[in-house]
Design a protein around this ligand. Structure first.
Ligand code: ADP
Ligand code: MG
Length: 714
């Protein structure tokens, strides 16, 4: 057995002799080029093959000037490079200033005339003379109605050379670097292509490819590297993009299957009696949407299949009470529940909300953050592990190794985009049962656009709270130039005079020489200036938490009129009497961040106002500010954010460690993504561990195994 295995491996290696060849062993790869290729992540021929062109150019063979002019008339997306044979009529040495120079020439053929410029190549003037026949190669442009070429390559046409035949060719343009050009990469790839292509095994069956009407992997790479026509390029890229999407979907579905099939969570109870008991504690009526979401959650956690659900709902939509329902379902069944928040401030806020709602009940609660004293911490941990505490609220301090629950049934994470995908669901139980995990609910106020929810977050079921609780007045948002700041602060003053409160948000804690406002300095200048006589408090992330809590308490009780703060107040602060927010240097903040910040006002019956003070200096900043002024709908804001920033940066996708797509682009390839998802779902149903497709499985593990934590699955 051993022997035959070894032989197979060796055979495989032999069969892949081209693909496995080191680039340093290729004749055309000099030492310099090797270094450059290594820098671009290419070590073997296989890496070269996977290095796909970023775009294509059409190169035209011999062409007349007249035809070239016509070509320019209907230029489409692909830049045209042409070769033209012509006769020099005039050479003008042009001008020269220091290192800069320009040589001009006029050329003609039987059909027309063209103007040529060579910049910074003064020697050209010496090599060219009238009546000389030259072949020019470069891209075309029009200037003052005359066809021209800038810096074309050129060579003299020998007497006996045949004229060029007219043809056109699509040439790949590769991602390159300063050390190595696209055309050198193209030459190297062209040399290895023929040997390597037949060695590429497909992980999809021919039958499946037929159904999908897609080419084999080998032909797809051929189509991309040796393009014959635009359509072929598209076909090749489509197959490779599909593969990228399919592999991620398979990984996600594999993990999902593993969770549902082999992991277990406590089966909790949900009935009218429990429902009424919880609702009796809530001082308002749940909206239809909140009720629907609670039923979805209840549907999950009344089974032993571990829930993995994302609860999205705009800022202020009322996610906390929904979470409380899930936690109380656990407590009713004698289990524990935990709620984890990204900041101490938010954890404190949640703790306060929860304890207020549970006032005079049997339910025991505790707050675990890193600002507890060692003694308090030890006590809390003890009570968590012996089951004395039912509901634990905390920060990531809950994730340390010594926090072990007696029997946790529900784990809730708030505002998960700050955690990144990986940090979820690490809360552990005392039991040794490796297959027992809690039900998990992740809450976010930054809705995840559909395209992304299917990829990085593809393992999550999504519940959405639509709309807001009744009685909210929409927030008015205005963009204000810094010169007009006085008007804004005067308006705030008027509101404060009426007994309302406000926030002023600045980017920095302490003064630097960046010219940006800081909490301390700005608070001082407001005390002496626009807001003199008003009580001004400060809050930022570098304060001790008891100090901060005290300030918050004073703000809550109305002793403080205005809170000058950094983005620490972005989440969780819930004070209905605060009606106005001024954000200084608003162009410095991200779109989701601005939306979150703005959500701190307009939380009561009084109308909310948000003034963004900024004079944006970049297009992106301008677009962000336009978006935030135009809409208060978090879902629209999330889509705009995706447009402005691109998917990579959002929602912890980067921190997730999931390999980025090389070819697939979202939202452009959304249809392909849906196809891949459908196929992956069916596939994993048939073959949950991809046992029957070892090559596919190996490639999947190689690319996503680690990031998706597929180790236990396989
Ligand atoms: P978020 O979704 O931003 O976490 P919260 O859960 O903090 O929102 O809720 C925002 C505010 O709305 C809280 O003061 C909460 O008590 C209140 N609230 C939630 N649901 C309702 C409801 N159905 N009717 C009235 N007020 C509600
Ligand atoms: Mg919240």
């Amino acid at each position: 057995m051993m022997v035959s295995c070894t032989r197979r491996v060796m055979q495989d290696t032999c069969e892949k002799k081209h693909l496995l060849t080191l680039v340093t062993d290729l004749p055309s790869v000099t030492q310099d080029r090797a270094i450059a290729l290594h820098e671009l992540g290419m070590y073997r021929v296989a890496d070269l093959i996977k290095h796909l062109p970023m775009r294509y150019e059409t190169h035209h063979g011999g062409m007349t000037i007249e035809a070239a002019e016509a070509l320019l008339g209907d230029q489409d997306a692909i830049p045209e490079l042409v070769t033209i044979e012509s006769t020099v009529i005039k050479v003008n040495p042009g001008w020269r200033r220091g290192k800069k120079s320009k040589v001009e020439a006029a050329v003609e053929d039987e059909t027309g005339r063209m103007h040529i410029n060579w910049f910074n190549q003064p020697w050209v003037a010496r090599s060219l003379h009238p009546d000389m026949r030259i072949r020019l190669h470069g891209s075309l442009s029009i200037r003052k109605g005359l066809l021209q070429m800038n810096n074309p390559r050129w060579e003299e046409i020998k007497e006996d050379e045949p004229t060029l035949t007219i043809d056109s060719e699509l040439r790949p343009v590769y991602p390159a670097s300063e050390r190595i050009s696209s055309s050198v990469i193209a030459t190297i790839i062209a040399e290895v292509l023929e040997g390597a292509l037949p060695e590429i095994d497909d992980h999809l069956s021919q039958a499946m490819l037929d159904t999908l009407s897609m080419p084999t992997l080998s032909s797809a790479y051929a189509m991309c590297h040796k393009p014959e026509a635009n359509d072929a390029v598209k076909e090749g890229r489509r197959r490779i993009a599909y593969d990228e999407l399919l592999l991620l979907q398979l990984g996600v579905m594999m993990k999902r299957h593993h969770r549902l099939d082999t992991m277990r969570a406590p089966k909790l109870l949900w009935n009218d009696e429990i429902k009424q008991r919880i609702e009796a504690r809530i001082p308002f009526t749940l909206t239809k949407s909140q009720q629907a979401v609670i039923e979805e959650i209840a549907g999950d956690i009344t089974t032993t299949m571990p829930m993995n659900r994302l609860l999205q709902g705009d800022v202020g939509s009322g996610k906390t009470v929904v979470a409380l329902h899930a936690m109380l379902m656990a407590v009713t069944c004698g289990s524990q529940a935990a709620m984890m928040a990204p900041t101490e401030l938010l954890a404190e806020q949640h703790y306060k909300t929860i304890t207020t709602l549970l006032d005079n009940s049997q339910v025991t609660t505790a707050l675990l953050t890193s600002s507890l004293s060692p003694k308090e911490r030890t006590e809390h941990i003890q009570k968590i592990s012996d089951g004395t505490i039912d509901i634990i609220v905390g920060t990531h301090a809950l994730l340390t190794d010594d926090v072990i629950f007696s029997n946790i049934a529900v784990a809730i994470t708030d505002e998960q985009h700050r955690f990144g995908v990986q940090q979820r669901a690490l809360l552990r139980n005392k039991s040794d049962d490796l297959h027992a995990i809690p039900h998990t609910l992740v809450m976010t106020a930054t809705p995840i656009p559909r395209t992304l929810s299917l990829t990085v977050f593809g393992d999550l079921d999504v519940s959405t709270i639509k709309g807001m609780p009744p009685g909210r007045t929409p927030i008015t948002t205005r963009l204000v130039q810094p010169e007009q700041a006085d008007k804004v602060y005067m308006y705030m003053r008027e509101l404060l005079d009426k007994g309302q409160q406000g926030y002023v948000v600045v980017p920095l804690v302490e003064e630097t020489d960046s010219g940006l406002k800081s909490v301390t300095a700005h608070a001082a200048s407001l005390r002496d200036g626009y807001l003199s006589g008003k009580s001004i408090g400060v809050v930022h992330g570098r304060m001790k938490s008891d100090e901060r809590e005290e300030t918050m308490q004073q703000f809550r009780s109305g002793k403080i009129d205005v809170l000058v703060a950094t983005t620490v107040i972005e989440v969780g602060v819930d004070i209905a009497n605060a009606t106005m927010m001024i954000i200084e240097h608003a162009d410095r903040f991200g779109l989701a961040q601005l939306h979150q910040l703005r959500g701190r006002v307009g939380r009561g019956l009084l109308p909310g106002v948000c003034a963004l003070i900024a004079s944006p200096t970049t297009d992106d900043a301008q677009h962000r500010l336009e978006a935030i002024v135009e809409t208060t709908d978090g879902f629209q804001i999330a889509e705009r954010d995706l447009e402005i920033r691109g998917p990579g940066e959002l929602f912890g996708a980067k921190q997730s460690g999931i390999a980025p797509f090389k070819i697939a682009r979202l939202p452009r390839d959304f249809d392909l993504l849906r196809l891949a998802r459908r196929n992956a779902v069916e596939w994993i149903q048939r073959d949950p561990t991809l046992h029957n497709s070892p090559l596919l499985r190996a490639r999947l593990m190689h690319i996503h195994g680690e990031a998706l934590g597929l180790g236990d699955v396989a």
